[in-house]
Design a protein. Sequence first.
Length: 80
Amino acid sequence: MIPAPEPIPPICETKVTPEWLTPESIQYVAGCMNDCENAAMLADLRHIFPREVLTEASKYIKPHQRQNIKLWLSELNNLK
């Protein structure tokens, strides 16, 4: 029997504070995004980090990873 897919975690709704947007925080999140291996990992990041932080960090990810993330975002958005 094939197990059911895990439910997609909800998107973070935390309000962004100045601490989230420090260079150190943005670089940390960019590193997490660069380490993503699939849509499930990206879904976890969307659950943990506010959207504004992910958007800012996306400016610092590797070009090939940017393409992966666009694909995974499309997959995740179609699952809703």
